[in-house]
Ligand binder design. Structure first.
Ligand code: CP
Length: 319
């Protein structure tokens, strides 16, 4: 891999990355995916480095894959959750950040319910900060792993991402995944469509670089890929939704809808999935589903993120 000095201390969102940097990160992840298929899945690239996983919101995929990614690079990881931290005793986010900084970690990966929490931390500490999801704002590694998954899917068919259409469907208003994906996919040359129930379409979406549809049938027609979003019930005010069974009837992605999409169009979901609500059970388990490819890509992409941040002052790709 060519020498590509990484200029960023942190990864707060994808709009801090140039197109060349995003492509380099995905290329680096591709090399790490090869390491993930070896019998011994470990390289010494980050030996001696410390990574704190500070997850003040629950996570299965993101937390586990950052932990695995760091360990495969030989870094030491330390986990802190909201309920086992002194946040529950009233300690502020600022004091938590300064306390963690005093233990000299090289990288802090943070998930927090407050939009802007990662950026707040990056101003307070010298360690690299990786945003693993902050409120409705951003989830950059999710967008990067989604881009990785789609790039590979089309490359395996001798196609490129350029000009392909991606429909994002569901609770756009509360989705950090949608916001980061819209920025990254647009930068990488995709045309992004969105469809959301009226109450789950955020104010100002008309200014986003997307095509907004008012009918799910119309939105899916000829789409090259479809990404369902999780209903973020924990972030919603009361009254935004009809009864969940009515939501499922109107807005759940089904095989009938996917028959309207471009032939072979894949289905993505960032997880966790609410089957039968956001995506039909049989569709989620079908060959069109890239959901588990996304999870697998998550390890490689997070290895690339940790590697580029952890070696930005030195770094050659490990043998
Ligand atoms: N997609 C995602 O962020 O999943 P987790 O909440 O399980 O990390």
């Amino acid at each position: 891999m060519e020498n590509f000095p990484w200029p960023h201390k942190d990864l707060l969102d994808v709009d801090g990355l140039s197109i060349a940097e995003s492509q380099h990160l995905l290329d680096t992840a591709e090399q790490f995916q090869e390491i993930n298929s070896r019998a011994v899945k470990k390289v010494p690239a980050l030996r001696g480095k410390g990574v704190i996983l500070f997850f003040a919101e629950n996570s299965t995929r993101t937390k586990t894959s950052f932990d695995i990614a760091a360990k495969r690079l030989s870094a030491d990881t330390f986990s802190l959750g909201k309920n086992d931290s002194s946040l529950t005793k009233g300690e502020s986010l600022k004091d938590t950040a300064l306390t963690l900084q005093a233990m000299s970690p090289d990288i802090i990966v943070i998930r927090h319910a407050l939009s802007g929490a990662a950026s707040f931390l990056s101003d307070k500490v010298d360690s690299s900060i990786v945003n693993a999801g902050d409120g409705w704002h951003a989830h950059p590694t999710q967008a990067l792993l989604d881009a990785y998954t789609l790039r590979k899917y089309w490359r395996d068919k001798n196609q490129t991402m350029q000009g392909k259409s991606l429909l994002i469907v569901g609770d756009v208003a509360h989705s950090r995944v949608a916001r980061s994906n819209i920025k990254l996919m647009t930068a990488l040359g995709l045309q992004v469509r969105i469809f959301a129930p009226k109450t789950l379409l955020p104010k100002g979406a008309e200014h986003w670089p997307v095509q907004i549809f008012d009918s799910l049938d119309k939105a899916v027609r000829d789409a090259d890929a479809v990404m369902c979003l999780r209903l973020q019930l924990e972030r919603q005010a009361a009254g935004l939704l009809p009864h969940l069974s009515e939501y499922a009837e109107k807005f759940c992605l089904t095989r009938r809808l996917m028959d309207l999409a471009a032939p072979g169009a894949p289905v993505l979901h960032p997880g966790p999935m609410n089957r039968g609500l956001e995506v039909a059970d049989d569709l989620a388990d079908s060959s069109a589903s890239l959901v588990l490819d996304q999870v697998s890509a998550g390890v490689a992409v997070r290895m690339a993120v940790l590697f580029l941040l952890g070696t930005r002052k030195s770094g050659a790709f490990p043998a």
